[in-house]
Design a protein around this ligand. Structure first.
Ligand code: ADP
Ligand code: MG
Length: 729
């Protein structure tokens, strides 16, 4: 009998080395060489076309047809010179992945030959037959048309032999079917509201760009082992697997030496990423064995999001060449750390200031505090929505599992800032400004020590932490499109800034000097949103208790979390800033639930199949060996000795039989509840039913299967074990 697991193991440990020779050890020699970057634009475009394109990128101005024609011609010549034969509109449908449909530049000509063709029509708009992308009922399949439209603010690039043009994706009736459309709108809203607030402090600010630096965590596993695990291949995570005697308890992996095979992979992957203009900079081992992280230099949000989507793709592609498989799932292994995608976020003005850098002068300090406090207030006012932005079936397994931030959204700002805010709160209470008396209303902004810029006492357990000059949102899932949390974060901060300006303007209208008015409203906000600030250990039980007392919600599951999208207040918020209409929100609500249901359905099926076809037959085979053995003992031993010696054997057989029988019953029961859930017509009820009736079987079945893994002869066990999956040779 051949054991798939042993074969896979043999392959995994005998992999030949694959190191690539980089064309240069200076990244600057090839960085961005596959992108239509500004240097290339300048080379291929007339001065006029270049200027117009840059203004379109920077100011969101419209590009007229004549300029678009020039851009298309330039793109075509450049792409062909780089060896491209095809082009595609590249977009982010709501599946969470990216989509592309390649067309050749080749066009037959009347003389029986062919020419290379690419016009502004093909650049600006395409109509992919995209009827099988999720649309949440917005686009009936009989009017299956969806349009993709060029997003000049993100750079076109070449992947393999194809020119990729970043686009948005909307339905025939104009509704957004992707992540990019609402994200661009949310970024626009933030820009508008943040500029208005900046004007209190500096008239020269005319543009605010949100910035994002993502940190991408992931696992690597040998591809042969991965394919010997149908659960991992189909659902992205191991649904069974007894804990390895050694995993992360010695913390010897974190920041340890990166295995050579992995370094080879990383070197090649970074090379590919750099050619695509993705500024990846940091790489290191993470906490769990075979877990790693990569992080770039931050960029404007829209570009950073595109780059993150690309990085996930490039990673998977390059890993294959090294016989490695990337696991982007939030929780590939039970009992050890899962993966997240920290979103470091800030705002940058056209005057070059980071709005979250504490300033040196009282005025710039006041601006810093204004933005800081407004963000805290936004998180407090819309914490459920922020939580919703990271809700998925796979991220539910990670949030609150004592390794990732809990589902309670709280803000960490560090002790020095906490003191500063306390002082403002108290100060503003007795400030003359409060009484409408602006005479001698001295603004005494507490000093913020510069040491903050290099903040070292960071709290790693907080889901939303201020880290010196940016906020770090850590609840984002590793496989997620960053656009999801970015839409929400930028939108809620935009709305908060709008309210702030309204309140400050009202005080100014009453005759208060700007700074006093700002100071007063900040003081009020600090008081109102204090409950969301938490400096302690967010993984602790005490915090769960404390958060409840403070009235903060702790929404553990996706079906519960996405309900937030139906809140009138939330629908109004999206509508007010023109980010998503009510119809689009409802569509997204459905897509989220559909996704949740499908994920659970697949996992539940895989679990049932594996238990029935792999685990139980293996256990029975081993059980038969034991039974044979007992029979044999009975033949060769005298009765008294036999009774004494076979006792343990019989117990063992009994134990195995119990597990087999329980697994059978549980699998059957799970199938029954799944059938009931599948018949429900209302999607909210179906998701709820999957959550409360199907999901609870997973842990129960797993418990017994993992026990069997421990009891059954190693040579018979078909699925690669944790100790094999987790340590890359
Ligand atoms: P870690 O959290 O692992 O200690 P760092 O704090 O050094 O890592 O940085 C993590 C990420 O934060 C990097 O991708 C970096 O580019 C990003 N970052 C730094 N400054 C900003 C900013 N102003 N806006 C957005 N991201 C930023
Ligand atoms: Mg981090």
């Amino acid at each position: 009998m051949s054991n798939v697991r042993y074969k896979a193991l043999e392959l995994a440990i005998s992999r030949p080395k694959r190191a690539i020779e980089l064309p240069s050890n200076k990244v600057s020699d090839y960085f961005g060489s596959l992108t239509f970057n500004r240097a290339v634009m300048r080379e291929y475009l007339s001065k006029e076309a270049y200027d117009r394109l840059i203004s379109a990128i920077e100011k969101g101005e419209k590009i007229d047809r004549r300029i678009a024609d020039q851009v298309a011609t330039a793109l075509k010549s450049w792409a062909i010179s780089k060896g491209a034969t095809h082009y595609t509109h590249w977009f982010h449908p709501l599946t969470g992945a990216t989509a592309e449909k390649h067309d050749a530049f080749m066009h037959p000509s009347i003389d029986g030959k062919a020419i290379e063709e690419f016009s502004s029509n093909q650049l600006i708009q395409q109509e992919p037959d995209a009827s099988s992308f999720p649309s949440g009922g917005i686009r009936n399949t009989f009017e299956a048309r969806g349009y993709t439209a060029w997003d000049p603010s993100s750079t076109a690039f070449i992947m393999d032999d194809t020119l990729c043009i970043p686009t948005i994706f909307v339905s025939y009736t104009g509704e957004a079917l992707d992540f990019k459309t609402p994200m661009l709108k949310a970024l626009h809203a933030l820009d508008k509201e943040a500029v208005a607030v900046c004007k209190y402090f500096d008239r020269n600010v005319s543009k605010v760009n949100a910035t994002l630096g993502w940190e991408q965590e992931y696992f690597l596993v040998d591809t042969a082992l991965y394919h010997a695990r149908p659960d991992m291949a189909l659902s992205g995570r191991s649904l069974f697997g007894h804990a390895s005697a050694k995993d992360q308890q010695l913390s010897d992996h974190y920041f340890g030496t990166i295995p050579e095979r992995v370094v080879d992979f990383m070197t090649e992957f970074e090379y590919e990423a750099h050619r695509l203009g993705i500024p990846v900079k940091t790489r290191h081992n993470e906490v769990a064995p075979s877990q790693f992280e990569c992080a770039p230099v931050f960029e404007e949000v829209n570009v950073a999001v595109d780059h993150n989507q690309l990085v996930m793709h490039v990673m998977e592609k390059v890993a294959k060449r090294h016989n490695l498989t990337v696991l982007l799932h939030e929780k590939p292994y039970h009992g050890i750390n899962g993966s997240g995608k920290h979103n470091n976020w800030s705002m940058q003005t056209n005057t070059g200031d980071n709005l979250l850098s504490p300033g040196k002068t009282p005025k710039s300090n006041l601006r810093f505090l204004t933005f800081l406090v407004n963000i805290i207030k936004a998180v407090d006012s819309y914490s459920d929505l922020l939580r919703m932005g990271v809700a998925s079936a796979s991220n539910d397994l990670r949030l609150g599992a004592h390794e990732a931030p809990p589902a309670i959204m709280s803000v960490f700002i560090g002790s020095q800032l906490t003191e500063t805010l306390d002082a403002i709160e108290k100060g503003s209470a007795r400030d003359a400004a409060v009484n409408g008396n602006n005479e001698g209303a001295a603004i005494d902004i507490p000093k913020i020590p510069e040491i903050l810029l290099d903040n070292t006492d960071r709290n790693r357990t907080s889901p939303f932490a201020f880290t010196g000059n940016k906020f770090e949102f850590r609840a984002v899932g590793s496989s997620m499109n960053c656009a999801r949390p970015m839409i929400i974060l930028n939108l809620i901060v935009a709305e908060q800034l709008r309210q702030f300006k309204e309140e400050v303007d009202a005080l100014i209208a009453k005759g208060l000097p700007i700074e006093d008015a700002v100071y007063k409203i900040i003081g009020k906000y600090i008081k109102e949103s204090k409950r969301v600030c938490f400096e302690g250990n967010s993984y602790s039980e005490e915090w769960l208790e404390e958060a409840k007392k403070r009235g903060l919600s702790n929404i553990a599951s996706t079906p519960d979390s996405v309900k937030t999208m139906l809140d009138e207040r939330v629908i109004e918020l999206f509508d007010k800033h023109n980010v998503l209409t009510e119809r689009e929100m409802l569509a997204r609500y459905e897509i989220n639930l559909e996704n949740y249901i499908k994920k659970l359905q697949i996992e539940s099926r895989v679990m049932g199949d594996l238990a029935t076809n792999h685990i139980i037959p293996t256990a029975i085979r081993y059980q038969n060996t034991l039974i044979e053995n007992v029979k044999g003992l009975q033949e060769v031993l005298d009765n008294k000795t036999f009774v004494r010696l076979s006792n343990n054997q019989l117990l063992n057989i009994k134990e195995i039989s119990e597990h087999i029988s329980i697994i059978r019953t549980l699998v059957n029961d799970m199938i029954d509840v799944r059938k009931v859930a599948n018949k429900l017509e209302n999607i909210t009820e179906m998701a709820e039913s999957y959550k409360s009736t199907v999901l609870p079987f997973f842990d129960k079945i797993r418990y017994h299967v993992d026990k069997l893994e421990f009891l059954v002869d190693d040579e018979l066990w078909p699925l690669p074990k944790y100790r094999e999956l987790l340590f890359i040779k």
